[in-house]
Design a protein. Structure first.
Length: 321
């Protein structure tokens, strides 16, 4: 039950009862996302876990993971969560010292390994958490799939297990529109080999996105006004790029097929192809590239939207190698 003693309100995006680990562990953290408003009345925002001391929360916008005014992202380290139900209390204090509080029950089920092969039919899901874990952003679920309600920096949904190594993913993808132009992006695609964000020393929530594997995506390079299929590797290397500038139409459903293959030595070989749903699959990959020596050799996958309004539809993951 919410206890409001001020004109501030706290919106917990995915409900006051959330569960993590019930399928497996796609990353090191469980994320509790939401927004406090009006942010102009806010003096401080904090949370506590299982009656522990309060920890301050950053409030957006921060130009990165916190997109809009009042956005917050509580990163709960799975190692700090007890098996079963955990209690998280979010407290907003206004400039007059009055408090608004929201209580969230976080159900943690450790020790499970995300199954592979894995298939998502979003029409069979009543919530996103039935089949995946939201890492960043406000996403909505409908019969077509999952779609960011508000586009922004790295809106992300995690699927899979931190132990996954060599696998292939096919996902339906419909681009509706591109948002803010940047040197690298806007872009949309799938990140392979993910374990969670890292501390780069610039506050809460953590903003470091590598070491990782590679991002296979379709992006708009604003500097040259070009569209490209691209593999963006660990530490920002371009592993592969489509020199032909293949163009994808808006509001057309495409199939994205990405693969993380075992390399001849240690680095992973990444491959990607894209074609319109309903048409014959091309016989060759659009792009392929070899990962770097210091990349992650295992991890889950992220459905990734960077300043793009997109719907990700049904998805299937299979082991390879």
């Amino acid at each position: 039950m919410s206890a409001r003693a001020s004109d501030i309100s706290i919106d917990i995006w995915y409900g006051r009862r959330q569960r993590f680990g019930h399928i497996g562990n796609p990353q090191r953290f469980a994320n509790i996302l939401g927004r406090v408003c009006p942010v102009g009345h806010l003096s401080q925002l904090s949370y506590s876990l299982n009656g522990g001391p309060p920890a301050r929360l950053s409030v957006g916008p921060d130009g990165k993971r916190l997109q809009s005014p009042g956005d917050f992202n509580i990163e709960l380290d799975r190692d700090e969560l007890a098996p079963g139900d955990n209690q998280v209390v979010v407290t907003a204090t206004d400039r007059a010292g009055r408090e608004c509080r929201e209580d969230i029950t976080v159900s943690h089920m450790p020790g499970r390994v995300w199954p592979l092969p894995y298939h998502i039919d979003w029409r069979a899901c009543s919530s996103i958490s039935d089949a995946a874990q939201v890492v960043d952003g406000l996403w909505v679920l409908d019969s077509a799939g999952v779609r960011p309600a508000e586009i922004g920096y790295d809106r992300a949904v995690a699927i899979g297990d931190i132990s996954w190594q060599h696998y292939e993913v096919r996902v339906e993808c419909t681009i509706h529109r591109f948002g803010r132009l940047e040197e690298w992006g806007p872009g949309v695609g799938v990140l392979l080999h993910w374990k969670g964000h890292y501390d780069w020393g610039d506050g809460q929530p953590l903003s470091g996105w590598w070491p990782t594997g590679a991002i296979g995506w379709y992006l708009h390079l604003a500097r040259w006004n070009q569209f490209r299929l691209n593999f963006f590797g660990n530490r920002c290397e371009v592993l592969a790029e489509d020199p032909g500038g293949k163009r994808l139409a808006t509001d057309i459903c495409y199939i994205l097929r990405l693969r993380a293959d075992p390399g001849p030595c240690s680095p992973t070989v990444y491959r990607m192809k894209v074609w319109p749903k309903g048409e014959q699959e091309p016989g060759v990959w659009d792009i392929s590239g070899v990962g770097s020596e210091d990349e992650l050799a295992a991890g889950s996958l992220l459905l990734l939207s960077h300043h793009v309004d997109v719907t990700f539809g049904d998805l299937r993951v299979e082991p390879v190698g």
